[in-house]
Design a binder for this molecule. Sequence first.
Ligand code: CA
Ligand code: CA
Ligand code: CA
Ligand code: CA
Length: 463
Amino acid sequence: MKYFLIFSLVIIFTGKTIVSFAQQPNGDFNISKGLLTLSEVRIISDNSTVSATLHKVDDSNDFIFELDSITKVNNSFSHYDPNEGILYIPSITVGDEIYQKIQLEMIVPQTNPLRFRLIASEVDLKNTLKQVQALVETKPVPASGDAADDPAIWIHPLDPAKSIVIGTQKKGGLGIYDLAGKEIQYLADGNMNNVDLRYGFFLNDKKVAIVAASNRSNDSIALYKVNPESRELENIAARTIQVGVSAYGLCMYRSKPSGKYYVFINDKNGTVEQWEVIGTEDGHVDATLVRNFGVKSQVEGCVADDELGHFYLGEERVGIWKFGAEPNSGDEGKLIDTTRNGNLTPEVEGLAIYYINETDGYLIASNQGNDTYTVYNRIGDNEYLGKFQIVANEALNIDNVYDTDGIDVINVPLGESFPYGVFIAQDGENINPEENQNFKMVSWEQIAEALGLKKESSYDPRI
Ligand code: CA
Ligand code: CA
Ligand code: CA
Ligand code: CA
């Protein structure tokens, strides 16, 4: 069975070692771009795996392909064709890249290890863990231990460079930071666990951005508006909005069909409450319970898709559920991906959506257990698109991101560092130097380029 494909193999430059290839029978190797274009690939079955190491042979373009033994090749690896002298391998990991559908041509028979020349392969983008780096980290939170949790980004109406990051400090309050990570305001208003915001809420005939946070000190929904001049939060809750659950995760939803604003708040038993946010005549904001549903075990992270009307909920040890976000959507959820044979690693923590336009974009989940983030399509059945991790940025002395709880992402250009928006993640261990936890900011451009995602966005989250 033969397929004819054009594809590119990105050569990896690891340290000083430059990997190069033998003369390609059907290929075109562009040295300056580091791209190998091959015109013909034989597709082989993916149901075999083999553990092996590929070494470049000094002063030649050949590789030594090391298996445990020749016997193993003959007996347990069905894709070695002695007549052709070609070894077919389903996948090989080199550095952080995974190559699929490898064809290796034997050069010198009867040597051990066998010597092969790579004649074809294909990069497996979806299963390759991509690495990105933070460009900014925020000031550490005031409390030590596991204290920072969930960020939200507010976009300034006139000057996006003046946008702010709101971060929860679950041992005492909310920190407000500018895009350089400097603290603008700190509100010691209670043990705030999660935070989210929505724009365009009419309050006394003026549009305001509403910020909601889950306050674990008194199991309430804390409500603020953003003052665009001072870039500070102002408390606008009409009262202490006590909820019926032990307050934990929280996210907001603005309904397209009704124009109404909602807060979802959940607890460690898996119960979710949906509250409608309502303005009062004296310019405050109140909320009323409109729906109660849930799943069977601990939840926290959630996000609503305002355009498509979905509510995503992370059941930490199970996976990601998709519900309707309207109060009358019912209790039926659909599990879109799981920690069992899926693309998630428990615990599933923060969830966030990158909007490209009204329908296109990405759903991103934090896998706390292995410090990675999984990306899905927003539309349709939420196709899995890839994974990334945030490694240390040594040039800027910003440490890697570990054990992430909450995340947020925004599509709006925020100046030179973040021309296509920013992704923010809580860092569970803020080192170099050792300090309290904080939030790390990664350019969306870098994530999009690493995973082959779109970065141009026409979506305006401010309505
Ligand atoms: Ca944590
Ligand atoms: Ca959690
Ligand atoms: Ca870190
Ligand atoms: Ca640091």
